[in-house]
Design a protein. Sequence first.
Length: 238
Amino acid sequence: MGRAKPRQVLKGRVALITGASSGIGWAMALGFADAGADLVLVARRAHRLVQLTHAIEAKGRRALLVVADVAIERAMKRVLQQADLVFPGIDILVNNAGICLPEQPTHKTPLPDWERVLAVNLRGPFLLSRLLVPRMVAAGYGRIINLTSSYKAEPLHGVYSVSKAALFALTRVMAQELRGTGILVNALDPGWICSEMAPDGPNPPERVVPLGVRLASLPARGPSGREFVVPFKGAIHG
Ligand SMILES: NC(=O)c1ccc[n+]([C@@H]2O[C@H](COP(=O)([O-])OP(=O)(O)OC[C@H]3O[C@@H](n4cnc5c(N)ncnc54)[C@H](OP(=O)(O)O)[C@@H]3O)[C@@H](O)[C@H]2O)c1
């Protein structure tokens, strides 16, 4: 017997996923397409996004790829302009693009590296949220998922930890500010996943997909401002 077709809980929805060219973002894009969503795919590597677009179209869904750097405001404005030509709106934002540095004592982190990590991991989600929230408020619907991490005070990963702690703070603040608007803002901590960022990770990126789909399809009265952790075999999660 073949595997059961995933329920179409995202049918009719459009999801914008940043960092879709590899790892968790790539897996999430395919999983969202399986759940019925159309996709706007953002990252810097065009050839990877082209491959992913073909894979999504083979599933019968639509995908628009936009090569862009999430840290640059005008690039994010361009993403939305291009999406406007193809889709009626964006219902779901997954702020997944992220970078980290090699291990080093925080006081030795070069300033440009410090600023780059914060620009990608924190300014990027802020920029896209700032551009999309007014549209989501007008539509009375939005689901925002920010990829955080258990590394929020991890030695030798200072600026990465700071960026993820701040992203969780952004999640909580925006969730409170947007209460009653139809927009739910949550954080997703994927655990330790094998990807370009973490090649030794013991779990495949696909492990993140069910929780991602669940957060993207939360009902109107669903939770907001919380961090959800991908459950692992044998682990107990509240
Ligand atoms: N893997 C883990 O164990 C783990 C644990 C906790 C949290 N996370 C978080 O999960 C998210 C995904 O990570 P991953 O493990 O899937 O890593 P990954 O495979 O390295 O993916 C990172 C993605 O971000 C994109 N990206 C990087 N800088 C960008 C920029 N300036 N503009 C646009 N896109 C950019 C990369 O694509 P391009 O290079 O093509 O731009 C890539 O697609 C990250 O936020 C990470 O912090 C991962």
